[in-house]
Design a protein around this ligand. Structure first.
Ligand SMILES: C[S@@+](CC[C@H](N)C(=O)[O-])C[C@H]1O[C@@H](n2cnc3c(N)ncnc32)[C@H](O)[C@@H]1O
Length: 276
């Protein structure tokens, strides 16, 4: 039946998305204020410059697979706040956590260019990035996804089952730090580690990766949300707990002599890190 499924609209969670929303409000306020025609024209021009960017990136980037598009729709249709209030998820989750088309395609490119075969994901949610990465891996490639929440883990596993690449993904439901320590004991190592879980844990995850053999010698790490809605460079009093954690993490990375890194301003910021 058409029209019975709920599709929530995502709120902006990237510096660009927030800027577009703020400019929208200023453009609309300018219509009721007596501003000069020249000022209004410059404002509209600034608004168009930023408002068109995300959809242009979508247009110019290789399309996502049907499996990834369906996973996104399913994630948008879920009532995450009810799942949490009903006690089905252990954490308050939201559709905005899903990385999506552009970042997913970047991860796919990195996997395929680096010829990675084994990928560790720290923080899976409904599985968008895990499945995107799996799509770029060879047939014998492997993704181990760490996720603490049983509900999303099952949600993702159901989505993986309808993709031919789903068989490359193993999910471990436990705090990621526990899983990573066990993997070290088991002598496992990975070509790429994608960190996208609790922001307060980022420094510990990175330390563990650098102090152990969990990251292969020529492996690399991608860390998500390192722009955290602009909070790390905005005045300190505007920072949430996650904003403070990311500001500390970015500083830690910048001061860590064993690595080189680049913060790519895609979506909410993605830092790519490798050993020197
Ligand atoms: C931002 S979402 C991941 C999004 C996903 N990588 C994607 O691209 O669609 C973060 C996920 O990390 C999980 N998480 C948070 N803390 C965790 C922990 N300590 N160990 C494992 N997973 C954790 C949350 O339950 C949530 O599903």
């Amino acid at each position: 039946m058409v029209g019975t499924l709920k599709k929530n609209t995502a709120r902006p969670v990237t510096p660009l998305g927030i800027l577009v929303q703020q400019l929208e409000q200023i453009v609309s306020a300018a219509q009721t204020e007596s501003v000069s025609t020249k000022f209004e024209a410059s404002l509209n021009s600034a608004y168009k410059l930023v408002a068109g960017l995300d959809s242009y990136l979508e247009e110019c980037t290789t399309s996502e697979s049907d499996a990834l598009a369906n996973l996104t729709t399913k994630t948008q249709q879920e009532d995450w706040s009810k799942r949490f209030s009903d006690g089905e998820t252990v954490k308050a989750l939201e559709q905005e956590m899903l990385s999506g088309h552009i970042e997913g395609q970047l991860l796919k490119m990195l996997v395929s260019i680096s010829k990675s075969k084994r990928v560790l994901e720290v923080g899976m949610f409904t599985g968008y990035s895990a499945l995107a990465i799996a799509e770029a891996l060879p047939d014998d490639g492997y993704v181990l996804a760490c996720e603490v929440d049983e509900y999303v883990s099952q949600f993702a596993t159901d989505c993986f089952a309808v993709s031919p690449h789903g068989k490359k993904i193993e999910v471990r439901v436990a705090p990621a730090m526990e899983t990573m320590k066990q993997l070290i004991k088991d002598g496992e190592s990975f070509d790429l580690v994608f960190v996208d879980a609790d922001k307060g844990g980022y420094i510990d995850y990175l330390r563990l990766l650098l102090d152990s053999d969990l990251l292969a010698d020529d492996g690399f790490i991608c860390v998500d949300n390192t722009l955290l809605q602009g909070q790390p460079y905005l005045p300190q009093e505007q920072r949430t707990a996650n904003g403070k954690a990311i500001a500390r993490f970015n500083h830690f990375v910048a001061e860590e002599p064993r690595v080189e890194q680049v913060l790519v301003p895609i979506r909410d910021g993605l830092t790519i890190i490798k050993r020197k």
